[in-house]
Design a protein around this ligand. Sequence first.
Ligand code: UD1
Length: 425
Amino acid sequence: MESVDQQDRIEVRASGPLEGSVPISGAKNSVLKLMAACLLTEGTFVIRNVPDIEDVTAMAEVLRAMGVTVSRSGDALTIERPASITPEAPYALTEQLRASTAVLGPLLAGVGHARVALPGGDDFGPRPIDMHVAALETIGCRIETSGGDVYASADNLVGNLVLLEFPSVGATENVMMAAVRAKGTTVIDNAAREPEIADLAGFLNHMGGQVTGAGTSTIEVEGVDELHPVEHTVVSDRIEAATFLAALAMAGGEITLLGARSDHMAMLCRKLGDMGVRTSSDPDGIWAMCNGRLRSADVSTLPYPGLPTDCKPLLVAMLSVAEGVGIVTENLFSGRFRYVDELVRMGANIRTEGHHAVIRGIDRLSGAPVRASDIRAGAALVVAGLAADGVTVVSDPHHIDRGYEDFVGKLSALGADVRRVRPGG
Ligand code: UD1
């Protein structure tokens, strides 16, 4: 095991006001599914605005293991899917990336069978794929699980009514990617409505698919016989944009999020407005300003267009220094409060009870050594450090690298006092 002083970490000091513009990358949660969708048919795809993050590298490895060629040039990925591929994703790869389950639907539609290792849980609790399985079975797939692997096959995919028990993002995407080649029409009811789903639908339609209603809770997919490769630009990352808004809220200042989509962040911008962060749509993206102490608010996470669960650690960090008491309720993932212990180490006054956290705002946090337990928790701890006296040292920053391109570089360019400390560096 590495000794503590040999590990990579991020050091943050109290900062502000932030100023300037920050480019927002393409959405992690979209590009991973678009990469999976390239398995649908032979040919060369080009995906632009691809963030340079570890999860993209991990998904590229999943595709390469199947015989697909993936190369990067600047922000573009070129994906060459040969006529014949090995439709298997082993545990060594899927355990690195839960989103690798997105290959199931396209492999069923593109090859007719697949073996995909179950990725297991993660730091915010179990994440089953029972809804993916039930939805795929409804359109004619046979699925068995044995030895930790999902074995799926489909001689004929047949359109059907797929009623999701919950608007699961992953299940909606998997069934869309399978149904695009099914015989007849598939109607996905209670579908997830996230902008990344609409991005995937646009990609599939551009390939020759017939998907309507993406972005609403009823999606219709008319199966087609043929698809072709395409070029596509990934939608902007609303969670990365939210992260920089949280940084602004902690440090104060005035910034522009280049390329951010305010129409994809309406509920968050409203909540931030209640807390004292002004935002407005700008021809370049989103303009935002924050001065003075934040005000507390109650927060409840919900599927889109509700407040994203991925923003919750950021909001909890903000509430830690806001005036008043805020109650945060998690409605999607049972255990997603781990970073709370780290914020408490920084002096935050937070009490958790089941799905709820009660946060009594204090004037200032104090810097402390803390550990990133997942992507958003890690980003929230860095953001918290911007309003903490002394030095906050965030260990395990590789979690942040999974989802943020050059997080430290982008924050420093806005004037934040943050740096990456590498062993021996
Ligand atoms: C995606 C996002 C993730 C985000 C989440 C909710 C990616 C790569 N990840 O995850 O960042 O936090 O949407 O917006 O896009 N569930 C089941 N059975 C299933 C599927 C889901 O019980 O078969 C449960 C999950 O455990 C969770 C809830 O449904 O409690 C929501 O999950 P889902 O919407 O599927 O999230 P993901 O697609 O995994």
